[in-house]
Design a protein around this ligand. Structure first.
Ligand SMILES: Cc1cc2nc3c(=O)[nH]c(=O)nc-3n(C[C@H](O)[C@H](O)[C@H](O)COP(=O)(O)OP(=O)(O)OC[C@H]3O[C@@H](n4cnc5c(N)ncnc54)[C@H](O)[C@@H]3O)c2cc1C
Length: 435
């Protein structure tokens, strides 16, 4: 066999890249992680779903994460007109998961912990290493070109894994990316210290602190997240469509405050708190890739696909894509076969899971009252919670999703139905022909 510097080269040390590096190193394979930043660094995506716990358990991280981060028992859904409606993870026992909660995390600390764990597990990690491109000219020996402090280097590997997040390094190099024209949401977010979180639901007695709160705004297809990071620090973000999003920063910040003003209690409480981070905005997201594996390469995490974050899906997909990819990669090493065919199970599993998330997201934006009523109905609640826990990879189309789609179709076709007027205008035809 030809000599390579490392068996696996991973581009990016976020949750996807770090988790995969730990899986591979713990299985005895040599791997290198090239991460362009120096950790800790801030990152969006602070509310997890419980399928992430499987990966923490596999990698021996559960205890440390349990000690370090704030628990998340579920999500709450509210708007100026309804709520809060709670969906609690404890209501459905999750096979293979020891805890009935997951976590709210400061991503700087969380990502650092995962990257350090990859190092401890035996992976070589280089921070400040920006990958420029991957050269696949030599059969079975891709070469990753990267730069550290202006110095150019390269490393040869058997398998390249792109975990570069929304930078989608290989997706761009191979022109695999398909932009989602329906979900073109933008976000602006920051952290507050000392904010009274119960203000979101007007100090109702039903307010519970250890939930991610999603609050629908009167502006179409727009919502706020409220994520408790510590006892006193809260992450708050506004998500809206590109068309509502201003071009310059000053206007965007004004937009954030205008959105907040639609709930006077929330606005007053936030103005009484101290904003402790500058605003950050994120845009132009939701995309898929034509394929997520090929000869000698795989895409994982956001590098493979990004779906709208309303159900706090991203980190769980990143971690589980590392988990599923690691299973195919171990087989590829066992058979010394790194052709695309070796990664078929991974590709199918991730496509199925992210499509299920995508369908749920589409349904939610189209008619969120259906989601709320299914969540409150004992016949469907447990199946819906299964999805919200992140157990989306088993079924081609979960029955509860089928039932919700049928329900929405009936409302779409019946103009007399009182819910017809509530239909949202995002129909997601680009990816989901069912609508
Ligand atoms: C507005 C918004 C809200 C969100 N909210 C949530 C949420 O509540 N919960 C949730 O689970 N998810 C959320 N997400 C999604 C979440 O941020 C991502 O899904 C998650 O971070 C994906 O992990 P990853 O490892 O794939 O990518 P990342 O975490 O982005 O990591 C990729 C890493 O690759 C590095 N990199 C990039 N290019 C290169 C290069 N050329 N060379 C070397 N290194 C490189 C980057 O520096 C980065 O560290 C949200 C996303 C958005 C946009």
């Amino acid at each position: 066999m030809t000599h390579v510097d490392f068996e696996i080269g991973i581009i990016g040390g976020g949750p996807a890249g770090s988790a995969l590096a730990s899986y591979m190193a713990q299985a005895g394979h040599s791997c290198i992680v090239l991460e362009q930043e120096h950790f800790p660094r801030p990152h969006v995506g602070e509310a997890l779903v419980p399928s992430s716990n499987r990966v923490f358990q596999d990698l021996g991280l559960m205890e440390q994460i349990n000690q370090q981060f704030r628990k998340k028992y579920g999500s709450a859904w509210a708007s100026p007109w309804f709520g809060p409606a709670y969906t609690r993870f404890a209501e459905r026992e999750q096979p293979g998961v020891d805890h009935s909660y997951t976590f709210h995390v400061d991503r700087a600390a969380f990502d650092l912990l995962l990257l350090q764990h990859a190092r401890k597990s035996g992976a070589t990690v280089i921070e400040g290493a920006r990958v420029r491109k991957v050269d696949f000219a030599e059969t079975n020996q891709p070469r990753i070109d990267y730069t550290v402090e202006g110095q150019e280097s390269s490393v040869s590997v058997r398998l390249v894994v792109d975990a570069s997040g929304r930078k989608t390094l290989l997706g761009n190099q191979f022109k695999l990316r398909i932009q989602d024209e329906v979900f073109d949401q933008y976000a602006i977010h920051t952290w507050f210290e000392g904010y009274d979180r119960s203000a979101l639901v007007n100090h109702q007695a039903t307010y519970e602190d250890e939930f991610t709160f999603i609050y629908f705004l009167p502006l179409p297809n727009s919502w706020i997240w409220q994520i408790p990071i510590t006892d006193t620090i809260t992450s708050v973000g506004v998500i809206t469509q590109k068309q509502h999003f201003a071009k310059n920063r000053a206007e965007r910040e004004a937009f954030f405050w205008n959105c907040i003003e639609s709930s006077p209690h929330l606005a007053a409480a936030l103005r009484n708190a101290q904003q402790i981070r500058p605003f950050t905005d994120e845009g132009d997201y939701s995309y898929a890739m034509r394929h997520i594996s090929g000869d000698n390469f795989l895409l994982i995490g956001d590098a493979a696909r990004f779906v709208d974050p309303i159900f706090s899906t991203g980190v769980s997909i990143a971690l589980n894509s590392a988990r599923f990819a690691s299973q195919d990669i171990l087989q590829a090493f066992a058979h010394n076969d790194f052709s695309k065919a070796s990664f078929k199970t991974y590709e199918n599993t991730i496509r199925r899971g992210t499509q299920n998330w995508y369908d749920l997201i589409t349904l939610y934006y189209r008619l969120n009252t259906v989601f709320v009523s299914f969540a409150q109905d004992d016949r469907y609640r447990s199946d819906l919670i299964k999805l919200l826990q992140g157990d989306v990879y088993d079924d081609e189309t979960p029955i509860v999703l089928e039932l919700m789609k049928n329900y929405v179709r009936e409302v779409e076709e019946d103009k007399q139905n009182y819910m017809h007027a509530l239909l949202g205008d995002l129909t997601a035809r680009a990816f989901s022909p069912a609508f």
